[in-house]
Structure formats: C-alpha cells, structure tokens
Design a protein around this ligand. Structure first.
Ligand SMILES: [Zn+2]
Ligand SMILES: [Zn+2]
Length: 645
C-alpha cells in the first residue's frame, strides 16, 4: 500500500501502481470525468501513469491553470500529425511549449506558405474531433532508433542520442501517429478544444546552429477557451499597432543600422524624450538625497577580475586591447565604478547611507537573434544607483525605495504593478544571519506598502535577495522594469569599508537599484503603452503651428516664438500644403497639439487648437492657448510640488 496526500492535507492509502484516474474515481465520478492529468510531488504526469510510492497528489482538470501548458503541448502534437497527414514525407523534429503557445520545427523541401495554415488548422480540428486517446510506451533505445531510421526521421535519431543513458525513451501515440516525447499529455486529443490558432511560419536552424540545415517552424497559440483565444489575438493585434519600432519611425525618434547592431541612433526628437526621462529622474533623485556621479566607460581587466565579472560575465563583455598592451573592458555594469568612488576618501558611519546615482551607459554583448528594437539592445543607459549603508539601515532604505519605485510608475501611467521577491539561493556568499536581515528588510518594504508579492524561492542573486517590479501595460502585457538587490558581497570583495561607531572597519552593505531599468527599454515600453500618444510633458514635439495660408506666416512665426519662450518644444509648419494634409502628417507623427493659424486668427490674435485624435477645433486667444499648454506640460513630480506649496 502507498499513502497519497491531497491538497486539503488529508491522506489515504491506495494499492501501489494506482493511477491518477483511479484516484480521481475514488473521490468522485464527476472529478474522474473532468481529470486530464495529475501532479505528483509537484510534477505534472499523465493521468494513467501508475504511482508506486507515497506522494502528494493533485488531480488536474482541464480548467486548472496548470493544464494550459498541456493543452499547448497536445496542440503541438496534433499539429504535427496534421502536417504529416497533409504533407507526406515531412519530418518532424522538436515541438516545445512556449509563452502563450507552441511550435514545431519541420524538415520539408517545399516551403510552407501562409495559405497552408488554414488547411492545417482544419485537419487539426478533424484530429481533435476524433478524440483519440494519448498513450505512451517506453522503448528500448536501439529499437527506437531503428524504428525512426526506417521511417526516414533522421532528426529523431539525433534526439534519442542526446537523451542521457538511463533515461526512458518514451513514445507518445495518438491513434497511429506517434512521436518521441518526454510528456506528459492529457488523456485525449479532444481535450485540446477549440481555442487554438496557427500564427506564422519562420525559418529556424536545427538546434539553433547556422551550420545546420534550415527547418521550417510553424507557430501556434492555444488557450483553454475560445474567449481566451480571442482576447489573446486582440492583444496581438493591439501590440502590432503599438509596435515601438514602427512608431519610432513614424515619430522620427530613432533608427538602427547594420553597422551598430543593438545600438540606438537617437534622432533629435527621440533624444528629447530620452532627456525628459533623465530630467525627471534626476529631479526625483535629488529630492531623495542621491548624489549623481559619472564613472569611466572602460576600465582595466584587473578591476573586472576583482569584481568577479571577468570570470562570470566575460562572454557578454566588449574587450579592447590598446597599443601599450593593456586590456580594457567596456563596463557591463556600473557597480564596480561606484565602489571605486565610495573608496575614495575615508568613510565613517556618519557618511551612511551614501546614495550614488549614475545615468551610466552599459555594454553587454547579446546574440543578434535576441535583439529587439529598443526592448533588447546591446548598449543601454541605466538609471542606476547604489546605496552604501549599514546593516541596520537596510530596512529603512528598502521601504523608501519601494515607495519611490511605485510613485515613479504611477507618474508614467502604470498603476498595476506586481512584485516578485527572490530569496536566498543554494549557492551564496555571506552569513545566514545577514541574509535573514536582508530578506526581512525587503519583505517589510513590500508589506509596509500593503502590497502582495510573489515569492521566487531560491532565485536571488548569489550576493543577496532581490525585488523585481513587473508593470502591466495598457493591453495587459507585463514588463519587468525596476529591481532592488541587497548585496552583502561586492563591497568587501572590492575592499570597500567604513569606520563604524566602535572605531573598527566594517564592510558596507550595497543596495543596487534601478527604477526605469534600461532607459532605452523603458522608452520602448512607454511608446507601446501609450501607443505613441505620449502625455504632453513627454511628447518630443509638444505643439506644431500650422498655417492655412501663406498670409499667416508672420503670425505663425510669432506664435512659435511665444511657445518657445514659454519653454515648450514646438515647431512651425509653413509649407504650402493643404491644412488637411498637414493634420494627417502631424497626427501620424503623434504630435499632441496642432495650433492652426489662418488669416482670421492672425487678425484676431487667436489660434485654433486641435488635439491629436480629435476632430474638434477650439479657438482660443494666443495667451490662453500658451498658458493651457504650459500648465499641461508640467511634469507630474513638479505638479505635486506646486500643489503642496
Ligand atoms: Zn511532445
Ligand atoms: Zn549595481
């Protein structure tokens, strides 16, 4: 007999070899009917797999969130069967589950076309309607290889060879179709349901290596219900409309080119936006008692050896040799530089906490396939800061940091923020007592703010625990931006100390924190969150004065001068074009306000104010229009101040 423990804490004895299906049946017929898989000691398993020892068990029904990955994996198998049925001679290779869906890589001489996708979907529906049970058998290694060789499935042989000796070679079948697979799967193809769709075809090298043959990858998405699928497809469509790479082009913000992969060419307008972000953060940091510094972009290898980066991070670093035979590294992080600044001049406990901030540009080599517009670059600017403090100051600093973090996100229109808390990993440095203190400090920081957080056990850095802030954008996507990390290691490693109250040397604690994270990435997120309709204080061009007739040119110049005097980022459009043409063009460039000037406005000293996305025009006196814009363009942090004052 074995003892199985249920989620409610109760336990019952069963015959050894009992299946999840039997267990479900013993609880309730209705549960057995709904069960699609089980979780045994935290791992998803096939419902019909025999359980041979004491375990914690949970029956998984199709509507359980954990069933989603099974739905996607089952859908992948169904797609592979459909493809092989429709296009005989196609070889299947691998087909994993990914975020929001799945893919399969196929080897076929003829290319798939978008027209093939609906055909494959129709065949998939047929297979799903057949509702064939999934089952598996464990095969002997050589027999499995021979079987696949006879079928002409060359890639499978390589895959079997990659399975470690001693591991089972499992073959999953649905009717006559089968594939090499680790599993698990749900009970039958019918469980995939109707909430799936094939999305696109892409090329992919076998095993991601460009020396290998190019395969054809078909991507699909699958959800528990058709409604969930619909919501996801809508989100994709919205994301497409908001793509910051396209908006960046239309708004003339930046570009990339082949000679500088992963590096941004900021155009004047994009740079204005970037500087607005820096200006905002600089003001807030000054209020919070930071000092701003700037550390060298390149420092000698020896320093990176001391910091541990040379050993742990070398493959991501840009390295240069100089004619005098010295080796320099472009900084991938600002921390070691800040420790050098801390070490300059003797520090005592009275100097702590010392908060050092830098808009430091860091350089990290990333594979070119990983690069993605502003969201993933090789050269980026962090709003980085390091707080050097005593162990007793950790809590207070973290509580403050957490409040600051949330207030910043609010100012940018992100109200929905999730926090992930990663605690001590198995491999770590530092005494447990200090870890206790650091973890307790971070926990208190989020609890003090009345926030719930999600625990990532064991996921902290080797030098300390961390908080990660995840923002939800206007279309429900999540972006990880800020982090707070409590570091019990680096200051000591780099020889930093302060003189404590007892007159003895002590190593400071170092809190690493970034709020935007990467300014490049944050800019990309902001563009997509606002779909280019940035609030006035961030808009690169805040207003354009557009003339209707050339008679109004002089007046338009006067209006422009007034706007600039008032500190607004403005331009004039005096081209000899129809006003509708001008409106269209500036709307495309997401200019928030158009001040239209014709003969009548010139005579009366007024402007017609036209807002982005609205058909309405409001005639205002020039003074009133300028004042309205000036008020609206005040950054949110200064607005609060003026309210308080
Ligand atoms: Zn599989
Ligand atoms: Zn750091």
């Amino acid at each position: 007999m074995i003892s199985l423990k249920f989620p409610d804490g109760s336990a019952r004895d069963f015959e050894s070899g009992v299946t999840g299906r039997d267990v479900a049946e013993s609880i309730a017929k209705s549960l057995a009917k709904k069960a699609v898989a089980m979780e045994v000691d935290g791992q998803l398993r096939d419902l019909y797999e025999p359980i041979k020892q004491d375990a914690e068990i949970r029956i998984i029904t199709r509507d359980d969130p954990d069933a989603l990955s099974l739905i996607r994996h089952d859908a992948a198998h169904v797609m592979a069967e459909a493809v092989q049925e429709l296009y005989p001679g196609t070889q299947v290779t691998i087909g994993p589950v990914i975020d929001n869906g799945f893919y399969y890589d196929f080897a076929r001489d003829e290319p798939f076309t978008p027209d093939d996708l609906p055909k494959i979907e129709a065949k998939m529906r047929e297979i799903i309607n057949r509702d064939s049970p999934f089952s598996y058998q464990v095969m002997e290694r050589d027999a499995a290889k021979k079987m696949f060789r006879d079928m002409g499935e060359a890639y499978k042989i390589e895959l079997i060879d990659a399975i470690p000796e001693g591991d089972d070679i499992k073959i999953y079948s649905q009717r006559e179709w089968f594939d090499l697979c680790r599993g698990p799967h749900m009970t039958s193809t019918g469980k995939v349901g109707k909430g799936f769709k094939l999305l696109k075809i892409a090329g992919a090298y076998w095993r991601g290596d460009s020396n290998n043959p190019m395969l054809q990858r078909i991507y699909g998405t699958a959800w528990a219900s058709e409604d969930d699928l619909k919501a996801y497809l809508h989100q994709l469509e919205e994301a497409e409309k908001r793509d910051h790479r396209r908006l960046g082009r239309e708004m003339d913000l930046f570009h990339f080119q082949e000679e500088a992969p992963g590096a941004v060419f900021w155009h004047a307008k994009g740079w204005a936006l970037f500087q607005a972000l820096i200006g905002y953060m600089r003001r807030r940091q000054n209020d919070w008692g930071y000092v701003e510094v700037n550390s060298p972009d390149m420092m000698e290898r020896t320093l990176w050896e001391q910091s541990g980066h040379w050993e742990k991070f070398a493959e991501n670093m840009y390295i240069a040799e100089t004619p005098d035979d010295r080796v320099f590294c472009c900084k991938p992080m600002n921390c070691p530089g800040h420790v050098q600044i801390f070490k300059h001049g003797l520090k005592s406990y009275r100097d702590l906490p010392l908060r050092i901030a830098e808009f430091g540009k860091v350089h990290r080599y990333e594979p070119s396939g990983a690069l993605h517009g502003l969201l993933r670059v090789r050269h980026f600017t962090q709003d980085d800061a390091h707080i050097f403090c005593t162990e007793d100051q950790i809590t207070e600093e973290c509580v403050k940091l957490n409040e600051q973090m949330l207030s910043i996100y609010r100012d940018f229109g992100f109200e929905d923020v999730r926090i992930k808390f990663s605690d001590r990993p198995e491999k770590r440095v530092g005494a447990d007592a200090v870890w206790d203190k650091a973890e307790a400090a971070l926990k208190r920081a989020v609890e003090a703010a009345g926030l719930s957080y999600e625990l990532n056990p064991g996921e902290g850095a080797f030098y300390g625990p961390k908080l990660e802030y995840v923002l939800r954008d206007a279309i429900g996507r999540e972006w990880q931006c800020g982090t707070i990390q409590v570091d019990l290691n680096m200051p000591e490693r780099l020889g930093a100390f302060y003189i404590g109250t007892d007159g003895e040397k002590a190593a400071p604690v170092m809190i690493h924190r970034a709020m935007f994270g990467s300014l490049e990435r944050f800019t990309g997120i902001l563009i997509e969150h606002h779909a280019g309709h940035l609030p006035l204080w961030l808009a690169p061009t805040q207003a354009v004065v557009a003339t209707i007739v050339s008679d109004a040119d002089d007046y338009a110049e006067k209006v422009l001068a007034r706007l600039k005097e008032a500190g607004l980022r403005a331009e004039a459009d005096l081209r000899n074009e129809k006003i509708n043409y001008k409106v269209r063009e500036h709307s495309m460039a997401k200019v928030p306000v158009l001040l239209v000037a014709g003969k009548r406005e010139a005579e009366e000293g007024t402007v017609s104010v036209r807002r982005l996305g609205s058909q309405k025009q409001e005639v205002m006196s020039l003074d009133a229009a300028v004042q309205t814009l000036v008020d609206e363009a005040v950054p949110p942090d200064l607005r609060e101040h003026s309210k308080a004052a």
